[in-house]
Design a protein around this ligand. Structure first.
Ligand SMILES: Cc1cc2nc3c(=O)[nH]c(=O)nc-3n(C[C@H](O)[C@H](O)[C@H](O)COP(=O)(O)OP(=O)(O)OC[C@H]3O[C@@H](n4cnc5c(N)ncnc54)[C@H](O)[C@@H]3O)c2cc1C
Length: 477
């Protein structure tokens, strides 16, 4: 069973929803496909359909408006449908997606493809990070926002960036005791250099201020220039060791303190989901302040493959507002490419988006410069620390592989199975690449040296699948 449209969009977060609406409003036929049961992505995350609740925040109101636009424009929305492969169409005139989900066509085809696949939490490996009770900020936010479940009783947050404040405030509202919020960046005088980037960001500043007020009224300490460095416990988290960080984010010897907690929340920012752009063969650059490897794009969000666009956090971490604008640009550009929008009208629409795009890029750049974890945190792991959770590969095994002559991530993968498990290197990929760079005697704070260690390759299926789906795909092929 296959379906065809003018434009296919993968991802129904802010970027994908706006891309689909912008393209469809020009008369192009659009299919929007998303792996979650309901559209909205991370930002507009909807409660499960089975929940009976009247909780409605401003995100849900904005989402309702956007979904009405999508509906009016005739977008075909496929929710609960996971894209596990992307290929050039055999006739060379477009792109194909391999899809798995109840009732979804197994193959989609279109002349233009917009990838708006979002991001996921960045891990940092320290002794004890795989103990039950250590969670990522995104996971905890999902628990409290979407599932209405508290992750623990005494919680420590450690990481960097504004999401930590949102999650900590959410935990306070949920009645959880938040022991402290540790912000790795020292901030201070650094903030003043970025004053220009907050112009026009009043709503965000006031949101941040509200979170800080919530934390202050609950007497939650907010410690800048601190991080968790180890977690201990017998089968579960019982205590965390925290330390002051130096300018390179290395623990300052002698500054360690131990706190009794049952949950540690890691919020070290996000990594873009680039599996599909990498699978297709789009060129990527390693830009740590945008989250790592990101697809190279032109001003219309087109990647190095004609007709393949990438928008939102999946093309570089920038936040929901930047994702909205990039999605609109990609949708307009795809419609122009297909002849659904005249050149003059497309140019006028694109020009109108430029001031917002510049403002949001300035803000995203500031967040990237202030809140990208420093290299010192990648030195916390010891020989016994697991780096690849799926295949249980430790740093000691990575070191032994380097001693055996391994010189690239591909060789490391072949020798140790790092990155070969269910997550396909989503979690361990960046860790392993940086640690390998170090073990080879390089500087993992230097993007060129990290890039020289190579990238984990991507192969379909990019997500685990029932074997029957592959058999069905083979039959159809
Ligand atoms: C865990 C997490 C929590 C966040 N919390 C906040 C917050 O509290 N406040 C805030 O302002 N910002 C928050 N952000 C940032 C904000 O949500 C993002 O900047 C914004 O959602 C990015 O929009 P997007 O459209 O690029 O991606 P997303 O909103 O992440 O949407 C991407 C969509 O792509 C789909 N997708 C990905 N791969 C596939 C595939 N192979 N097949 C099918 N579908 C696929 C996903 O299911 C998802 O719905 C958070 C981000 C994350 C990752």
């Amino acid at each position: 069973m296959s379906e065809r449209a003018d434009v296919m969009v993968v991802g129904a977060g802010p970027a994908g929803l706006h891309a689909a609406a912008s393209a469809a409003q020009t008369g192009a036929s659009v299919i929007l496909v998303d792996g979650y049961p309901r559209p909205g992505g991370q930002y507009f995350k909807q409660l499960p359909a089975t929940f009976r609740t009247d909780v409605q925040d401003r995100h849900q109101a904005a989402l309702r408006g956007l979904l009405a636009q999508i509906d009016d424009a005739g977008v075909r929305v496929l929710s609960g449908a996971l894209v596990w492969g992307a290929f050039a169409a055999p006739d060379g005139a477009g792109w194909q997606l391999a899809v798995h989900g109840p009732g979804a066509p197994v193959r989609l085809e279109a002349r233009a493809l917009i990838l708006a696949t979002g991001a996921y939490d960045r891990p940092i490996a320290f002794p004890g990070w795989t103990l039950p009770g250590v969670m990522t900020a995104g996971a905890v936010q999902t628990l409290i926002k979407s599932q209405r479940v508290a992750p623990g009783r005494r919680v420590l947050l450690s990481g960097t960036g504004p999401l930590q404040l949102a999650v900590a405030a959410g935990l306070v509202h949920a009645g959880v005791e938040v022991v402290a919020v540790l912000e790795g960046a020292a901030l201070g005088a650094n903030l003043l250099r970025h004053a220009g980037a907050v112009v026009g960001q009043g709503a965000r500043l006031s949101e941040g201020w509200d979170y800080l007020r919530t934390l202050r009224s609950a007497h939650v300490p907010y410690r800048r220039g601190w991080s968790v460095v180890a977690v201990h416990g017998d089968g579960e988290v019982q205590e965390a060791v925290i330390a002051r960080l130096d300018a390179a984010w290395r623990p300052v010897p002698g500054s360690e303190e131990t706190v009794a907690v049952d949950t540690v929340v890691m919020g070290y920012g996000f990594l873009p989901s680039t599996e599909l752009t990498r699978l297709l063969g789009c060129a990527h650059d390693y830009l740590p302040e945008q989250g790592g490897y990101v697809p190279r794009r032109d001003a219309t969000m087109q990647t190095t493959l004609p007709g393949v666009y990438a928008a939102g956090d999946g093309a570089g971490i920038g936040g929901a507002e930047l994702s909205r604008i990039e999605g609109q640009i990609a949708g307009i550009a795809a419609a122009r490419q297909l002849g659904c929008l005249a050149e003059a009208e497309a140019s006028a629409r694109l020009a109108r988006l430029q001031p917002d795009l510049r403002r949001e890029r300035r803000f995203a750049r500031m967040l990237g410069q202030l809140f990208t974890p420093g290299p010192g945190l990648y030195g916390l792991a010891t020989d016994e620390t697991i780096i690849c959770r799926c295949e249980e590969v430790t740093l000691g095994q990575i070191r032994a592989a380097v001693a055996d002559g391994v010189g690239s991530v591909t060789e490391l993968k072949g020798l140790t199975r790092v990155g070969m498990g269910n997550c396909q290197a989503r979690i361990c990929g960046v860790l392993a690449t940086r640690l390998l760079t170090r073990e080879l005697g390089g500087d993992d704070a230097d993007p060129a040296q990290v890039a020289a260690a190579g990238q984990f390759s991507v192969r379909p299926p990019i997500h685990p699948l029932p074997l029957s789906v592959l058999a069905q795909a083979a039959d159809q092929a």
